[in-house]
Every structure is written in structure tokens, then in C-alpha cells.
Design a binder for this molecule. Structure first.
Ligand SMILES: Nc1nc2c(ncn2[C@@H]2O[C@H](COP(=O)(O)OP(=O)(O)O)[C@@H](O)[C@H]2O)c(=O)[nH]1
Ligand SMILES: [Mg+2]
Length: 205
């Protein structure tokens, strides 16, 4: 049995650095998986669940680092990149543009980037900025995206299943490399499915 669905790999993760610019990122080698999502969708909570740590999310909330790419190291060849959150209505246009530029640049240039985890609130899936991101990833061509419909605990099982079905149908029309699942960072629901995807990307044998 492969070790794909165990959490042990990720528990060792530690914070390495925050980068305001792609030039400040660590050497573009090995395997990087990036986490992205609208502010408040639960990105930090998902990161906590994956690594079973509270420190990582705290780093991602430190003022000044929320608009940067935060890099966490799993081992010598594997990293998690926490991309800046987007979609706060109150954020000034300049900040939105900066977010887009950083993320676009990161996605288009980062060779070690093997996959993107896109966190959405299951009650508000596929907002315009999410589509924009999916289009950008599709444009790069070879980059798989795995969508987490987070906060599933806020909906009934049948409503969550219905949303999953609708989101799957919408993305299937446009993209080949986008997958989707129900998740709850609060309940830990969907972790096994997520670890299976991460295990593939990180090439855990
Ligand atoms: N009910 C519920 N609340 C969640 C879940 N995930 C995150 N939250 C809450 O949503 C809010 C935003 O979460 P956070 O991880 O900080 O989101 P981020 O801005 O995307 O990093 C916090 O109050 C979390 O406790 C979930 O799965 N279920
Ligand atoms: Mg956060």
C-alpha cells in the first residue's frame, strides 16, 4: 500500500520565507504545490489541517505577509507555497492588481509548481476571480488544479453534493486538468481525498 493518504509527510513542514516578488523565492527545483483562494474561504485552516500545525496559518496571517508568497518546506525537495489571498471587497484596486501580478507571475514562471489547490467557500463557489485564476492556469497548459469546496459543514449533505455536481459540470465544460471535492477544514472531512491528490503531485511512492 502506498503511503499516499498519511499525514506524516506534511507534519514536518516549517516556514521558510515570505517573498514579495518571484525573484525572492527559493531555487526553482524539486516539487512545489501552491494554495490559493479568496480571503476567508479557509485557506489557512486547510493548511493547518494538512500539516496539523497552528504555526503555519499564523504565519500566513501575519500583517505584511498576507500579500506575499509564503513558502513552507516539507523536505529537501518538496515545498508548499501559500499564495496571497484575493477577493476582499475592501482591498484597494492597487492591492488587487498587485495580487494578480504576483500570482500570474508565479504561476507562469515557476517550473517546480506541480499543482494548485484552490480553496472556495462551498456556499460561494466559482466567483469571477476564481474563473480568472482557472483560466490563467489553463493558459499555462500543464498545471492541474484541485478545488476544495470548503466549509461543507455549513450545508446539508444533499446540498453539498448538489453543489459539487454543479461545480463539476461547469468546470468539465472548460477544463481538462481541474478536479473538485467537498471539504471541511473544521471537521477534517475530505482529507483523505486531498492527501491522495497531494501524494500524486509530490510523488510519494
Ligand atoms: N464552518 C467552517 N468554518 C471554517 C472552515 N474553514 C475555515 N473556517 C472559518 O472561516 C474563517 C476564515 O478562515 P481562514 O482559514 O482564516 O481563511 P483564509 O482567509 O482563506 O485563510 C475562520 O473564521 C475559520 O474558522 C470550515 O471548514 N468550516
Ligand atoms: Mg489566511
Amino acid at each position: 500500500m502506498p503511503l499516499r493518504d498519511t499525514t506524516s509527510h506534511y507534519q514536518k513542514a516549517y516556514f521558510l520565507l515570505s517573498a514579495a516578488d518571484v525573484k525572492q523565492l527559493p531555487a526553482d527545483q524539486g516539487i512545489e504545490v501552491a494554495m490559493v483562494g479568496r480571503s476567508n474561504a479557509g485557506k489557512s485552516s486547510v493548511l493547518n489541517k494538512i500539516t496539523r500545525s497552528k504555526n503555519l496559518a499564523r504565519v500566513s496571517k501575519t500583517p505584511g505577509r498576507t500579500q506575499q508568497v509564503n513558502i513552507f518546506v516539507i523536505d529537501e525537495t518538496r515545498r508548499i507555497a501559500d499564495l496571497p489571498g484575493y477577493g476582499y471587497a475592501k482591498v484597494p484596486l492597487a492591492a488587487k492588481e498587485k495580487w494578480q501580478k504576483t500570482v500570474d507571475q508565479y504561476i507562469s514562471t515557476r517550473e517546480s509548481l506541480k499543482g494548485l489547490v484552490l480553496v472556495m467557500d462551498i456556499r460561494h463557489p466559482l466567483k469571477p476571480t476564481d474563473w480568472q485564476l482557472l483560466d490563467y492556469c489553463a493558459h499555462r497548459g500543464d498545471l492541474p488544479v484541485h478545488i476544495l469546496l470548503n466549509k461543507a459543514d455549513k450545508l446539508s449533505r444533499s446540498a453539498a453534493a448538489q453543489t459539487l455536481k454543479e461545480v463539476k459540470a461547469e468546470i468539465a465544460e472548460k477544463y481538462d486538468l481541474v478536479s473538485c471535492q467537498i471539504f471541511s477544514a473544521m471537521k477534517g472531512e475530505g482529507l483523505k481525498e486531498l492527501f491522495a491528490v497531494l501524494g500524486e503531485w509530490y510523488e510519494y511512492k
